[in-house]
Design a protein around this ligand. Structure first.
Ligand code: HEC
Ligand code: HEC
Length: 237
C-alpha cells in the first residue's frame, strides 16, 4: 500500500517536472523567435528580450569574441580590437542594427558586404611623410585628444594634417572621423591600437589594416542577433 502510494507520488512529481521543463522550453523557443522577428532597434527597448539575448550571448561572446575584444569587452590594443563598452564607434551609431551589421559581415573580412572602404595608409614606409613630419602630426594628435604635447610641434603637425598628409580626407577636417570609411575619431582619446606617442607614430608610419571577421554563415542568425544586443547592452548600461 505504502509502496504504491510512493510510486504514485513519484509519477506525479515526474510529470510536474516534465511539464515545467516543457513550458520553459516553449517559452525560450517563443523568445528566440521573437528576438529574430522583432526590429533590432525595438529589441533594445524590450527588457525581457534584452535579458534573454544577454543570457544567450554570454557563452558565445566568450567562445568567439573574447580572444580579440577581451573577456571584459574593453578591447585589446595588441589586436587593434576596439573597446565594445564605450560609446565611440568606428562603424555606425551604436544601435543594435549597426552593431549587428558589423558582426554579420565584419571589417575587411573578405565578405562582399563587409565594411571595407579604406585603410590607414603607411605614410612612413611609402615615403609620403618624413619621420619628422610624422612626429609633428603625432604631437597634433596628442593635442587634439587633450593629452600632453609639445605646442610648437603640434602647430607644425596641424599643417601636416591639413596639408601634405591629407589626413582630413578620411578623418575629417575637424578630425572627428568618418564612419563610412571606418576612419576613427582622433579627438575622442579612444585609441584602438594604443594612444602613447610610440603607438601613434607606428600607426601613421606603418599604416593599419585591422580585420574584424564576419560571422554570417558561421554562426546562426539568432546567435548573431543575441551578440549584437549583448554588445549594445554592454555599451548602454
Ligand atoms: C580576430 C579578432 C576579432 C574577433 C575574433 C572578433 N573581433 Fe570584433 N573587431 C576586431 C577588430 C580588429 C575590429 C576593428 C576593425 C577596424 O578597425 O576596422 C573589430 C570591430 C568590432 C565591432 C565594431 C566596433 C565599432 O567601434 O564600430 C564590433 C561591434 C565587434 N567587433 C564585435 C565583435 C563580436 C560580437 C565578436 C564575436 C562574435 C567579434 N567582434 C570577434 C577583431 C575581432
Ligand atoms: C585613406 C583614408 C585615410 C587617410 C588619408 C588617413 N587615415 Fe588614419 N585611418 C584611416 C582608417 C580607415 C583607419 C582605421 C584603420 C583600421 O582600422 O585598420 C585609420 C587609423 C588611424 C589611426 C589609428 C587610430 C587608433 O585607434 O589606433 C591614427 C592615429 C590615424 N589614422 C591618424 C592619421 C593621420 C595623422 C593621417 C594623416 C597623416 C591619417 N590618419 C590619414 C584612414 C585614413
Amino acid at each position: 500500500m505504502a509502496r504504491r502510494r510512493w510510486i504514485g507520488l513519484t509519477a506525479v512529481l515526474l510529470i510536474a517536472a516534465a511539464a515545467i521543463l516543457l513550458s520553459r522550453h516553449l517559452h525560450n523557443v517563443r523568445l528566440e523567435t521573437q528576438l529574430l522577428r522583432t526590429d533590432p532597434d525595438v529589441v533594445a527597448h524590450d527588457s525581457q528580450l534584452v535579458r534573454f539575448a544577454v543570457e544567450k550571448a554570454r557563452p558565445l561572446y566568450t567562445a568567439h569574441c573574447a580572444a580579440c575584444h577581451g573577456v571584459d569587452m574593453t578591447g585589446s590594443t595588441a589586436q587593434g580590437a576596439p573597446d565594445l563598452t564605450d560609446r565611440t564607434w568606428l562603424y555606425g551609431d551604436g544601435s543594435v542594427f549597426t552593431i549587428e551589421r558589423t558582426v554579420l559581415y565584419g571589417a575587411r573580412s573578405g565578405l562582399s558586404k563587409s565594411h571595407d572602404v579604406s585603410d590607414m595608409p603607411a605614410f612612413g614606409t611609402r615615403g609620403l611623410l618624413t619621420p619628422t613630419e610624422i612626429q609633428e602630426v603625432v604631437q597634433y594628435l596628442l593635442a587634439l585628444s587633450g593629452r600632453r604635447h609639445q605646442n610648437e610641434a603640434a602647430r607644425a603637425g596641424r599643417e601636416v594634417y591639413l596639408g601634405k598628409g591629407g589626413c582630413g580626407d578620411c578623418h575629417g577636417g575637424d578630425a572627428r572621423g568618418n564612419s563610412d570609411y571606418g576612419a576613427p575619431d582622433l579627438t575622442a582619446n579612444v585609441w584602438n591600437s594604443g594612444g602613447d606617442p610610440r603607438a601613434l607614430y607606428d600607426a601613421v608610419y606603418f599604416g593599419e589594416h585591422r580585420i574584424m571577421p564576419g560571422w554570417f554563415g558561421t554562426l546562426p542568425l539568432g546567435d548573431i542577433r543575441a551578440l549584437a544586443v549583448y554588445v549594445y547592452a554592454a555599451s548602454h548600461r
